[in-house]
Ligand binder design. Structure first.
Ligand SMILES: Cc1cc2nc3c(=O)[nH]c(=O)nc-3n(C[C@H](O)[C@H](O)[C@H](O)COP(=O)(O)OP(=O)(O)OC[C@H]3O[C@@H](n4cnc5c(N)ncnc54)[C@H](O)[C@@H]3O)c2cc1C
Length: 460
C-alpha cells in the first residue's frame, strides 16, 4: 500500500499550480490540487485576463475619436457597464472551465476548499479532510496589500473588487504608482470616468526606466487622467455625496470610488507553513532556491508566493521547471534574466532588460539610443500623442541590455525584441536587421544616433 494518499499535493490552482499539477499528473504521479476559489487563479479570475478585457472595452472611446479624423461619422456611442461585466464574467467562467478540464484530462484530482498544512506531509482541506502527500507544492499567489491603519480604509476597494463594481463610477481616485494603478487609471478614464491617479513617490512606475516613467505620466495626462505625485491618503471619509479623500498635502477630492493599488503581498496567511517548518523571507514570501525548493526537503513553492518576478508566464515557467525537475528527472531551473513585461496602460509599455540607471550602475559606461515620435495613426488626425523608443547598450561589449517602448502595440513588439536580447544580441547585429515599414517597431532598428542625456556630457 502507498505510504501517502498522493505523490504531490498542490495548494493553489492559479498559473503556477495548475501547470505544475498537470505536468506532474501526466508523468503518472498521483496528484491533487486544492483551490479555495475558482480555478485559474489571479490571472484568469481577477488579474491579467479580465483586466485586458477592460482595457479593450475602454480603448473604444479613443478609437471613436480617432475614427472621426479618418472621415468616419461615428453615431452617438454609449457604454453599458452591466452588459460588459456580464459578458466578461461569461468568458472568465469559460476559461476557468478550460483550466478545470485540463486538470481533469491530465488526471489531477481537484479538491475545492481552503487548504492548510498540518505538517510537512499532511494537508487539511476545508470540508474535505486531511490528506497526506509525499511532496507538496505551495502556489497560493499574492493578494492586494491594504493599509489597515488608514482611517476609512473600509470604504476603499482593491483591484479584486474593481472587476465587480455594480455601477460604473462617475469619479474615481486611484492610489498607487505601480502597473495595476496605471492600468486601471487608463481603463476608467477611457470609460469616461473622471480619474485622479495619486502616488506618494516622485514618479509613477518605480523600477521602470526613468524616461519611460515620465513619458507615460505625460501621455496619461494628455488622455485625460489627472496625475498627482508626492502625496498620499491620510483618510477616506464617507459623506452623503460620495467619498472624500484627504491627502497629506492638505488637498481633498470627492469621488464615488477610491481604489487602493498600493502593492501586493504573498498569500501565506493561515497556510500552516510554520507547522511544516517552511521559512519565509524578510518580506513574508516563501524562501526558495533556484529549483523552487524550500528549506523543507519535500516542499516546493512557485509563483507570486515566492515574490521573485510576479507575472503569470514566470509562475507558469517556475511550475513547469518544478515538474520537470521532480517528476521527469530533468533538473531545470527557470532563468529570471531578461524577462519582458508589459504595462497595459493607454498608451501601453513594453520593456525588457535594464533601465538606463540600472545599466549605468552595472556597466559604468552605456550608450543610449532614444527616439520620440508621433505614431503615424495619430499624427494623421493631428493628435499630439508621442511614442518613445529607447535602447540601452553596454558600451564595452556593444550588447543590448535594455529595450523600452511606450506606444501602440508596445507589448506585442517587446515579445519579439526579448528573443534577440535573451540571445545576447549586439547593437551591430540588431541594426543589421532590415526594417518592416511602415511600423513603429522599425524605429527600433533605425535609431543610429546616440542620445546624450542632459547633464551627463557623454560624447555621442
Ligand atoms: C489586477 C492584476 C493584473 C495583472 N496583470 C498581469 C498581466 O497583465 N500580465 C502578467 O503576466 N501578470 C499579471 N498579473 C500578475 C499575475 O496575475 C500573477 O503573477 C499570477 O497570477 C501568479 O500566479 P500564481 O500561480 O503564483 O498565483 P495565483 O494565480 O494568484 O493563484 C493562486 C491560487 O491559490 C489559491 N489559494 C490561495 N491560498 C489557498 C489556500 N490556502 N487553499 C486553497 N487555495 C488557495 C487562490 O485562490 C488562487 O486561485 C496581474 C495581477 C493583478 C492582480
Amino acid at each position: 500500500m502507498a505510504k501517502y494518499d498522493y505523490d504531490l499535493f498542490v495548494i493553489g490552482a492559479g498559473s503556477g499550480g495548475v501547470r505544475a499539477a498537470r505536468l506532474a499528473a501526466m508523468s503518472g504521479a498521483r496528484v491533487a490540487i486544492a483551490e479555495e476559489d475558482r480555478v485559474g487563479g489571479t490571472c484568469v479570475i481577477r488579474g491579467c485576463v479580465p483586466k485586458k478585457f477592460m482595457v479593450y472595452a475602454s480603448e473604444f472611446s479613443y478609437h471613436f475619436k480617432t475614427a472621426k479624423g479618418y472621415g468616419w461619422t461615428v453615431g452617438e456611442s454609449s457604454f453599458n457597464w452591466t452588459r460588459f461585466l456580464a459578458e466578461k464574467d461569461k468568458e472568465i467562467a469559460r476559461l476557468s472551465g478550460v483550466y478545470v478540464r485540463n486538470l481533469q484530462n491530465a488526471g489531477a484530482e481537484l479538491a475545492h476548499g481552503r487548504a492548510r498544512l498540518l505538517d510537512a506531509h499532511r494537508v487539511e482541506v476545508e470540508k474535505i479532510g486531511v490528506r497526506t502527500a509525499d511532496k507538496i507544492l505551495i502556489s497560493t499567489g499574492g493578494r492586494p496589500w491594504m493599509p489597515k491603519d488608514l482611517p476609512g480604509v473600509e470604504h476603499a476597494i482593491s483591484s479584486n473588487e474593481a472587476f465587480h463594481l455594480t455601477e460604473l463610477p462617475k469619479r474615481i481616485v486611484i492610489a498607487g504608482g505601480g502597473y495595476i494603478a496605471v492600468e486601471f487609471a487608463g481603463i476608467f478614464n477611457g470609460l469616461g470616468v473622471e480619474t485622479l491617479l495619486v502616488h506618494r513617490g516622485p514618479n509613477i512606475l518605480r523600477g521602470f526606466d526613468d524616461d519611460v516613467r515620465s513619458h507615460l505620466a505625460e501621455e496619461l495626462e494628455k488622455r485625460g487622467v489627472k496625475v498627482v505625485l508626492g502625496t498620499q491618503h491620510t483618510a477616506i471619509e464617507k459623506t452623503a455625496t460620495g467619498l472624500v479623500s484627504h491627502f497629506s498635502d492638505g488637498h481633498t477630492f470627492e469621488s464615488d470610488v477610491v481604489m487602493l493599488c498600493l502593492g501586493r503581498e504573498p498569500y501565506t496567511e493561515g497556510l500552516g507553513l510554520d507547522k511544516a517548518g517552511v521559512k519565509l523571507t524578510e518580506k513574508g514570501a516563501v524562501a526558495v532556491d533556484a529549483y523552487s525548493r524550500t528549506n523543507v526537503e519535500n516542499i516546493w513553492a512557485v509563483g507570486d508566493v515566492t515574490d521573485r518576478i510576479n507575472l503569470t508566464p514566470v509562475a507558469i515557467r517556475e511550475g513547469q521547471a518544478f515538474a520537470e525537475t521532480v517528476f521527469y528527472d530533468r533538473p531545470t531551473s527557470f532563468d529570471h534574466e531578461m524577462v519582458a513585461s508589459a504595462v497595459f496602460s493607454q498608451p501601453p509599455i513594453g520593456s525588457v532588460g535594464l533601465s538606463e540607471a540600472d545599466a549605468r550602475k552595472q556597466f559604468g559606461k552605456v550608450d543610449i539610443y532614444l527616439a520620440r515620435l508621433r505614431p503615424m495613426k495619430y499624427s494623421f488626425v493631428g493628435g499630439d500623442e508621442r511614442a518613445l523608443l529607447k535602447l540601452v547598450v553596454d558600451a564595452a561589449t556593444e550588447r543590448l541590455v535594455g529595450c523600452h517602448i511606450v506606444g501602440p502595440d508596445a507589448p506585442e513588439i517587446i515579445q519579439m525584441a526579448a528573443i534577440a536580447m535573451k540571445m545576447g544580441v549586439t547593437k551591430t547585429q540588431w541594426d543589421a536587421t532590415c526594417a518592416v515599414h511602415p511600423t513603429l517597431a522599425e524605429e527600433l532598428v533605425t535609431i543610429r544616433k546616440k542620445h546624450v542625456p542632459m547633464g551627463l556630457g557623454q560624447v555621442a
